[in-house]
Design a protein around this ligand. Structure first.
Ligand code: SAJ
Length: 437
């Protein structure tokens, strides 16, 4: 098809103009990769403060090096704006906007719809639109395509439409945007061909799949796989607690098996805006097919019950000291949802703190990555992790295993430690202060 060849030629020549809508932990790293691959990239971001930062070459995403961003901005290969003006000049538009769930775990596609409606006003023949946001299978074809076709253009004939799920693991130093294989599915063969050519020119490897819907399913499966396996080890932690077994020892031994197993560990709950949420996109869509995704529902229940288990173990430890919860001072180590990042979305530490406060405890927190926390009804500041702060607490609860924390100092100075991440593994504990989840 001539239109595909034209686009592929522009991609090959790096003269294709690339747009990335949504410059968060997914969009900005991709926009940077596309600029580094030689494309001129226009970021479209609704947050004007982020737009200003980018245009000043300032970074705000943990996984990006500011000097790389500044270089591409200075070279004129990357700039950002709030509006959709000039979208008709673009050849490729990648969408990486949030796809949250509401409190009833119902998918909220407001951002995808809004962006798609804006794009439909500027859509012109030959453009490639690719959705990267994690969503239920069918979104690209059933929601985006009809909106884009209100332009009068027909998908896979006049313009190209694809789904290529993001696979960003925030904080992962080994696997980043560029070297993580990228699954690509189109709404038709021309869209697939165009999208493969584009992603193949920016990233190290692409994985073609037969449709946009299949690509969407791949992603929700990937995250469901994690949610279910995390729930399995969380359930094991609950049972080991009953049976007086050390779940961490059991798992470490199990993971010495060189085949047929993969390490997962229990924790205070499951955070991030992916694992706790994405599987429920599939659960919601499956109902349309009169299908109950029992593993997803069960995994969600088990994982969401973990903060309550942390509270139960905390009260046991305080009780051993003859302390009532309502007269206790607790220091929570870690607000972020996982180690060495500053993201706190859906962090289990939030729920743990709220449960402890509800029982009247005086709760403070320390997180080297989160100096202030005024969200979700909490209004706290990270306390310096001094020996005095450790000694004053009746109990220190480790909820995030940040690498920069000196756990030997924590164990040496705390009265008691509840370690929900096995962060104190290998730290001498001669007085038996540490209790593991
Ligand atoms: N967690 C456990 N036990 C484990 C692993 C994780 O309790 O064995 C907890 C973490 O502490 C965290 C939550 O689960 O609170 C999510 O952990 P995660 O490692 O899945 O981290 P995310 O959500 O930041 O990143 C994931 C990606 N992670 C990996 O593949 C390792 C991947 O699933 C997705 O590409 C990404 O979300 C996404 O954006 O969808």
């Amino acid at each position: 098809m001539k239109m595909v060849k034209n686009l592929k030629d522009k991609i090959e020549a790096r003269s294709a103009r690339v747009g990335v809508v949504g410059l968060g932990y997914v969009g900005l790293p991709f926009a940077l990769e596309a600029a580094q691959a030689g494309f001129e990239v226009l970021g479209i971001e609704r947050n004007p403060a982020r737009v200003a930062k980018i245009n000043n070459g300032e970074n705000y995403v943990d996984d990006i090096r500011e000097k790389d961003l500044a270089r591409e901005v200075k070279a004129g290969r990357l700039r950002a704006q709030v509006s959709f003006d000039g979208v008709e000049e673009l050849d490729v538009v990648v969408i990486a906007v949030p796809t949250p769930l509401d409190k009833n775990l119902v998918p909220d596609l407001q951002y995808v719809r809004h962006v798609t409606e804006e794009l439909s006003k500027h859509l012109r023949p030959g453009q490639l639109v690719s959705l990267e946001s994690t969503t239920y299978p069918g979104t690209t074809e059933e929601v985006m395509q009809p909106i884009l076709e209100t332009s009068g253009l027909k998908a896979d004939q006049d313009f190209f439409l694809a789904h290529s799920p993001e696979r960003v693991d925030p904080g992962n130093k080994r696997w980043q945007t560029r070297n993580t294989a990228k699954v690509v599915g189109g709404v038709g063969p021309n869209s697939l061909e165009a999208a493969l050519a584009f992603y193949g020119s920016v990233l190290e490897s692409v994985v073609p799949i037969s449709s946009a819907k299949a690509a969407e399913m791949v992603k929700v499966f990937e995250n469901t796989f994690r949610a279910v396996n995390i729930a399995l080890v969380n359930e094991l932690a609950l049972l080991c607690d009953r049976m007086g077994l050390n779940v961490w020892e059991v798992l470490d031994a199990a993971f010495t098996k060189p085949f047929g197993i993969m390490p997962f560990y229990p924790g205070p709950g499951v955070g991030g805006h992916c694992i706790p949420l994405d599987p429920h996109y599939l659960e919601w869509k499956a109902r349309e097919y009169n299908f109950r995704t029992r593993f997803i529902a069960l995994a969600g229940e088990v994982n969401r019950a973990m903060p309550e288990f942390v509270r139960t173990k905390a009260w046991r430890i305080l009780n051993e000291q003859g302390l009532a919860p309502s007269r206790s001072r607790i220091l929570v180590l870690g607000m972020a949802y996982k180690k060495d990042i500053s993201d706190w979305r859906e962090s289990p530490a939030i729920e743990v703190i709220k449960l402890l406060q509800a029982d009247g405890a005086a709760v403070s927190y320390h997180d080297p990555h989160i100096p202030v926390f005024k969200h979700e009804g909490l209004d706290l500041e990270s306390v310096p992790l001094t020996e005095a702060a450790l000694r004053e607490a009746d109990l220190v609860i480790i909820t995030t295993d940040h690498s920069s924390v000196d756990y030997a100092c924590v164990v040496a100075n705390a009265r008691r430690v509840l370690d929900t991440k096995n962060a104190t593994k290998g730290v001498p504990d001669p007085e038996g202060k540490v209790t593991l989840l």
